[in-house]
Design a protein around this ligand. Structure first.
Ligand code: FEO
Length: 171
């Protein structure tokens, strides 16, 4: 059985992960419209990953005697000046997601809810990976210093990365 405070925070995290999925899908759409087709596939794939993050929490709540709630979500931003701005916004967003996971972990420790603490360890590791991934992309785009060719090459590599991730998920 989940304590009310933990249940409320897990439901808030469902909202965060759901919004992340919508945000990345919207960014994928901007990328497609602006001919960054590699990033469009990469971010579309990433939007699916965020939905799977949401579903893990959804299932955990329902498996633990609570009721998962589907949130009402804000429309994500859909205008960006550059591909760099898109990836900087993702990195900032992932840092925010990390703070929400950390707050949730802190609440489980003060409430002695070791089952939920154990469940959240996967998210702690995932946030470390995601911050690292997006910080790396931001740094690489900055390295080419606005070169269109350089940005297009990075975009192409991201497309290959989406294909690799998709095939490893289906194995
Ligand atoms: Fe599920 Fe990228 O945070």
């Amino acid at each position: 059985m989940l304590l009310p405070e933990i249940l409320q925070k897990l439901n808030q995290q469902i909202e965060v992960e759901f919004y992340s999925s919508n945000l990345y899908l919207q960014m994928a759409s901007w990328c497609e419209a602006n001919n960054y087709t590699g990033s469009a596939s990469f971010l579309s794939e990433h939007a699916d990953e965020e939905m799977s993050h949401m579903r893990r929490i959804f299932d955990y709540i329902n498996d633990t005697g609570g009721q998962a709630l589907i949130p009402q979500l804000e429309q994500p931003p859909y205008e960006y000046d550059s591909l760099l701005e898109v990836y900087e916004a993702i990195y900032t967003h992932e840092c925010y997601v990390t703070t929400t996971i950390n707050e949730l972990v802190a609440t489980t420790t003060t409430s002695n809810d070791y089952s939920t603490l154990n469940f959240l360890q996967w998210y702690v590791a995932e946030q470390h990976e995601e911050e690292n991934l997006f910080m790396g992309i931001v740094e690489r785009i900055k390295m080419v210093d606005g070169s269109k060719l350089g940005i297009l090459m990075i975009d192409k590599e991201l497309s290959a990365s989406a294909l690799t991730r998709a095939s490893s998920l289906s194995e």
